[in-house]
Design a protein around this ligand. Structure first.
Ligand code: XMP
Length: 506
């Protein structure tokens, strides 16, 4: 495997993704908590950073300890760090060095640049630049404005590059990473969904033995894939719980429960709709609604988990970005689970936790799911928030509003599917607005509610752009909703991007 040392760059996760795309396993670790290096580690990549090496509190790395024992690739700050560490000169750049540049010089025969053409386009994003390098550093690439675009410490396997090979604007970035990982580090490109499944099932068997595991299914990709992996490892000792909180999409609970049973999972569907509606009564503040839903979910899950005798483990569909988030350079996020701690932990949370997907990115989870033969309908579904329709009904939630929204939303989603655009949209949903507007139907004046349609394109939900859905499709959806859903007489389309808006309205 490859270790990526995170100095806090926004691109660190992208480096990891690129390495994984080459079928090589890698892990990200914060610079201030770097693990012991064992024989499975084939190389180290040092990330970029918002810091300057010239700052007193600049993040550090024990370079001398790993230099000459393992191949090292420094990227941007990582490259500057190594140069600075070895008494090279790093200073603020005199010209702007953001965006595209072309390599004007590439040294002949350096393994890092194997098969990379002269003038290859690279992506720069740095305020400091390496002015001078020590005598044992060989400059192996330059651009017009950056003399030290890449260097190699002679007779070692340490390299530094000023540009970012992980972004797609660096056209040959993937080739460069492959050169480093395969030719220089000697990694085998054998990390595939099938190999992941095989080793994960074996290690789950080993870890869990005859122990029982409870797991909460949500209908989403992550918990479903986690459940199927666990099922392969321990079979009937996996007890899945799928809670109907009354805030899911129309007919979703029944249809998803059915697919889970088809997959052979031992799953119990729990109708807790009324408990959630009761808890939501009178609440209109989004955060209060979220807290109430979180609290009731924990109560329901705790009750159900108690029905399983001698359970030892809690299975979770945690994925790698959640793990990185909680150990990142910026420090663990303190607020995410605050409400879990009020009044002590529920019993199920005292269980040991097993998270078979905690090394995977979302797209890898989908690939693993596909290799496991999970229903494409489950793998391809849009992200859906835990609090469900409660945060798509602005203001107070009532069962009647849920029913109206479910009808409108089903028309919207079915139309996206039949028009063949569902898979091109990252996430879509319908929002019930707390306003009434005047309309006319036949000879009657109406005074009813408005729904907003939302559809966004995104990679990870952090930023998003509204989808330019065809007008004809929007017209058809609007007509169908207004003509079929009693209580709605107006449909609007949300054309806000994130930021400054968010994907959800609450
Ligand atoms: P926003 O609205 O913040 O949403 O742009 C980003 C992504 O997160 C989802 N989301 C949630 N998911 N619990 C969840 O499990 C929540 O409270 C929640 N709020 C937003 C949202 O659907 C989108 O995918």
């Amino acid at each position: 495997k490859i270790l990526i040392l995170d100095f806090g760059s926004q691109f660190t996760q992208l480096i990891a993704r690129r390495v994984r795309e080459l079928n090589i396993y890698c892990e990200i670790h914060p610079f201030n908590n770097f693990p012991e290096v064992d024989s499975t580690v084939k190389g180290i990549i040092l990330s970029g950073s918002p810091y300057s090496v010239r700052q007193a509190d600049a993040p550090q790395f024990d370079f001398a300890r790993h230099h000459r024992t393992l191949p090292i690739l420094g990227v941007c700050y990582g490259a500057q760090y190594i140069a600075h560490y070895n008494a090279g000169e790093v200073s603020p750049s005199s010209t702007r060095e953001y965006g595209r540049a072309n390599l004007q010089y590439i040294a002949d025969g350096n393994p890092l640049f194997k098969e990379i053409p002269q003038h290859s386009q690279v992506w720069m994003s740095h305020a400091d630049t390496i002015q001078n390098v020590p005598a044992d550093f060989e400059i192996i690439a330059s651009t017009d404005s950056v003399r030290v675009a890449a260097y190699h410490i002679k007779d070692t396997q340490t390299f530094g590059i000023q540009f970012h090979p992980e972004v797609t604007h660096s056209i040959d970035g993937k080739q460069l990473l492959q050169n480093f990982l395969v030719d220089i580090c000697g990694c085998a490109q054998d990390w595939t969904p099938d190999s992941f499944i095989e080793t994960t099932i074996a290690s789950l068997k080993d870890k869990l033995g005859d122990d029982k595991v409870v797991l909460g299914l949500s209908g989403g990709v992550d918990s479903s894939v986690a459940a199927v992996l666990l099922h392969h490892a321990i079979g009937k000792n996996l007890y899945c719980i799928f809670v109907d909180n009354g805030l899911l999409r129309k007919d979703e609970f029944e249809s998803v429960l059915e697919s889970y049973k088809h997959m052979g999972l031992n799953v119990k569907g729990v109708d807790a709709k009324q408990r959630f509606y009761d808890a939501l009564e009178g609440l209109s503040d989004p955060e209060k609604k979220r807290k109430a839903i979180g609290r009731v979910f924990i109560e329901v899950f705790d009750d159900e988990a108690h029905q399983v005798q001698d359970v030892k483990w809690l299975g979770q569909g945690t994925i790698y970005p959640d793990v990185i988030e909680s150990v990142s350079v910026k420090g663990p996020s303190a607020t995410i689970k605050s409400h879990h701690n009020v009044g002590g932990l529920p019993d199920f949370m005292k269980l040991k936790v097993v998270e078979p997907l905690n090394t995977l990115f979302k797209d890898e989870v989908r690939k693993v799911g596909k290799a496991l033969g999970i229903d494409a309908n489950i793998l391809g579904r849009h992200p859906f928030p835990g609090p469900g329709l409660a945060i798509r009904i602005l203001g107070e939630v009532t069962p009647e509003k849920v029913r109206i929204l479910q009808e409108a939303d089903a028309i919207y989603i079915n139309n996206l599917r039949s028009a063949g655009v569902y898979d091109k949209v990252w996430q879509a949903g319908t929002i019930f607005l707390p306003v009434q507007s005047v309309g006319v139907m036949g000879d009657e004046r109406t005074y009813e509610n408005v729904v907003a349609l939302r559809a966004v394109e995104s990679v990870d939900g952090m930023t998003a752009d509204w989808c330019h859905l065809p007008y004809d499709l929007l017209a058809k959806i609007s007509n169908e909703i207004i003509n079929n859903v009693k209580g709605i007489n107006r449909v609007v389309y949300d054309i806000s991007s994130k930021p400054p808006a968010t994907i959800e309205w609450e």
